[in-house]
Design a protein around this ligand. Structure first.
Ligand SMILES: Cc1cc2nc3c(=O)[nH]c(=O)nc-3n(C[C@H](O)[C@H](O)[C@H](O)COP(=O)(O)O)c2cc1C
Length: 350
């Protein structure tokens, strides 16, 4: 019997209400994306990777990533870096900002990150990876988790050696995306490694990679014994995929529903990032939402050309007039957490 995806599970003392986790994705996992993910059934949502150096230097844009809304919980904020002391300090800030879980990125394959000794580089440096994990786990009261790839080179099994050492060092759960760093996103995620990792550790394991439907989620949980699945690309512009994965409810959204979700997402993102940043950030989302045969292709091209998000909303309402009423029914943002007495939103806007 495959486990029920609607069931709750635990990362130490944090209860996660469903077995579906929304993946951390740089340039995607803004607060609006995470809140939407929770609304559509993800049990846990993650921020994109946040630079511990940026936190250390109180970089304004980086601190903007630490804004947490009341309806995001449980939420993991992911940090990356290579220096144990700086990672521990960043973790303290992240926990103070309201994260329920501090996640660490030991898998990013991008050279700009690995050349600093962070991300996937740590798969090749287990001693440093363990020192970072120990420092971070002893710095914060919340559970600390690690997200890894299988290893740096194709065919590597480094994650299987490293995983138990990270647990020994204090990791409360492990997420595995079983592609190598060299592979980037080519080939497929080899979840036979996820199954081996589950055998080797006594903490929850989250399976990441190529999970796009209720059927694949159930098959991966059953074949690996993992506690949860993580969904990334499948949820881009497609929160309905999360609903299908968690609840098996595959009813496709109407054009009105698609337009309403996109309008809400546009408005929330503008509130979060300010009009200028939001309007370039959002362009990739238009294709993600409007594709899949939902709207004709020229319509997406038209939205991308528009210079303000107000114009985008106007065009969407003209194309799907019923969306106006639906968008009013979507719950508005809950209060944000304060950091050192200041609303974190002051860092994020503009
Ligand atoms: C655009 C993009 C950005 C990503 N950024 C991060 C990140 O910041 N941190 C991280 O741990 N993984 C990141 N990933 C990897 C995903 O979390 C996930 O492990 C991977 O996409 C495989 O899952 P999927 O097949 O469901 O997309 C990113 C992936 C994509 C596509």
């Amino acid at each position: 019997m495959p486990p029920d995806l609607r069931e709750s599970w635990w990362i130490r003392d944090v209860e996660v209400p469903t077995r579906v986790v929304l993946a951390p994705m740089a340039g995607v996992s803004v607060q609006a994306f995470r809140r939407q993910g929770r609304r559509f059934g993800a049990g846990l949502v993650c921020s994109e990777m946040v630079s511990c150096a940026g936190i250390e230097h109180r970089n304004e844009r980086t601190l903007g990533y630490l804004r947490v809304a009341g309806d995001e919980h449980p939420l993991a904020i992911q940090i990356f870096g290579s220096e144990p002391g700086a990672m521990a300090e960043a973790a303290r800030m992240v926990a103070a900002a309201g994260a329920d879980v501090v996640d660490m990125n030991f898998g990013c394959p991008v050279r700009k990150v690995t050349k600093t000794g962070a991300g996937a580089h740590l798969l090749d440096d287990p001693a440093l990876a363990c020192r970072i994990t120990e420092a971070v786990a002893s710095a914060v009261p919340v559970p600390v988790t690690v997200k890894m790839r299988r290893g740096v080179e194709d065919g590597s099994r480094a994650c299987l050696e490293l995983g138990p050492q990270l647990v020994e060092a204090g990791a409360a759960a492990l997420a595995l995306h079983p592609r190598s760093a060299t592979q980037m996103y080519t080939g497929y995620a080899d979840h036979s490694l996820t199954a081996e990792l589950v055998e080797r550790v006594d903490v929850p394991v989250i399976a990441s990679g190529d999970i796009t439907s209720h059927a694949t989620a159930q098959a991966v949980l059953e074949a690996t014994g993992a506690d949860a699945v993580m969904v990334g690309r499948g949820a881009q512009g497609n929160p309905w995929a999360l609903r299908e994965i968690v609840f098996g409810d595959g009813a496709p959204p109407s054009r009105e529903e698609v337009a309403a979700e996109l309008i809400h997402f546009v408005r929330e993102t503008v509130r979060e990032l300010g009009e200028r940043r939001a309007s370039s950030f959002l362009k990739k989302f238009y294709g993600w939402y409007l594709g899949r045969g939902r709207f004709p292709r020229p319509f997406k091209n038209e939205l991308v050309q528009l210079s303000s998000t107000d114009e985008v909303v106007t065009r969407l309402l003209a194309a799907a007039p019923g969306a106006g009423e639906l968008v009013e029914r979507i719950p508005l943002a809950a209060d944000e957490v304060l950091l050192d007495g200041l609303p974190i939103s002051i860092y994020g806007g503009g």
